[in-house]
Write a new protein. Sequence first.
Length: 453
Amino acid sequence: MVPRDEPAIPEAIPHDVGDGALRCLQDLENRVRWLSSWTIHHANHIREHVDGLKVGGHQASCASAVTLMTALYFHTLRPQDRVAVKPHASPVFHAIQYLMGHQSRENLENFRAKGGAQSYPSRTKDADDVDFSTGSVGLGPAMTAFSSIVQDYLRRHHDDLRREEPRRMIAVVGDAEMDEGNMYEALWEGWKHDLRNCWWIIDYNRQSLDGVVTDHLFRLIDRLFRTTGWRVLNLKYGKRMMAAFKRPGGKALKKWINDCPNDLYSALTFQGGAAWREHLMGDLADDSAAAALIGECTDDDLQALMTNLGGHCLETVLDAFATAAKDDRPTCFIAYTVKGWGLPLQGHKDNHAGIMTPDQMAGYQAGLGIADGDEWEPFAGMKERAEALRAFVDAVPFNRPPESRQMSAAHIDIPDTLPVPDQDTLSTQEAFGRIMYDLAGSRTDLADRIVTT
Ligand SMILES: Cc1ncc(C[n+]2csc(CCOP(=O)(O)OP(=O)(O)O)c2C)c(N)n1
């Protein structure tokens, strides 16, 4: 049982990823961001259009989730784990599968077209091993909780399943998904059934479809999850930010960040280093140590420092995953991120459905050193790194062909008819109950697989 009143934040367990592997993960993170952006760009600006209608896609929603999903898929996931990906990060998922060799270039080129990679991960329409179909926000995370409860039920009833390591059911959650009522039904039900092996990783970018998320929502999220027996890990600051906080003036900078409203944070992120400087220098003018700390940064340094949130610091994310992986407690990660991270769209107030212009995309491509025509090459522009990256991806634990992930189940015989209860007059409710009762007593494979709830 989860100790219901346990308040403690567990001791953080540092990740065990060596420098070489960390460098590979950083390169992959960049590549996933590029490929997800390019997939959307290609569908909107390059693919031939017969009707002139907008194709769409969500480059900013993808960028905010790339660090979390890179750490997850290229490091932490085990082959048996299952993931529900927030709907608009579908291109991130497809890019990862493409790098692992389980998604085709043709499907990416046909993103959002008939037969191509889907706008939202789909078990029935996608070809690259989607675990949970998402699209309606709030459904994916709830499904992971209920799947974990079902897993526990099955493990209690089947010795062979008990001998296997349990699957971890994981959701990458958009923060606006917390607005959906079924999320709370899932939390309640999880508490009642002593939920285990479930992670919800909240991509806390604080921007939604058409607005900024209410300030301090994290407090409510934190309390609700703890109340229902979850461990909560807050990933607010990256390592670079943490190092700055330890320096003279760092305390004031930390306080400023903590007090900064979400809409101002997003606006300054969009405007960049010079805007940060103007604002910070205005607010911290009386603190000479803080002013010196800010003064020694170039504009680019300042932008990198102020956007170095926990959800974009691979090491912070890996530490948090290592901490949660030490046991089977359900864990909620509140990962602070930037919507559109690293793209010209970052923090822009209308970035939800915003798409980079061809000029912005060309600048992004040039910065990565990707030659024209090489856009789909998995490791274009990475020169001598390509071989190391290919070897790294091939060795990733989760990178297994779909058929090895037990996607099929044994065939069960189902009778064409069921015995009708022998009585002249009977309510349908009672007749149904008797049919089920007789079936349960039949000791068939079918009876073994029926659960009433
Ligand atoms: C049940 C449901 N209601 C409304 C929508 C419309 N909708 C699309 S995106 C979105 C907000 C997504 O914001 P967030 O979860 O924060 O994800 P982000 O794209 O910011 O990462 C909403 C409400 C939906 N897809 N499903």
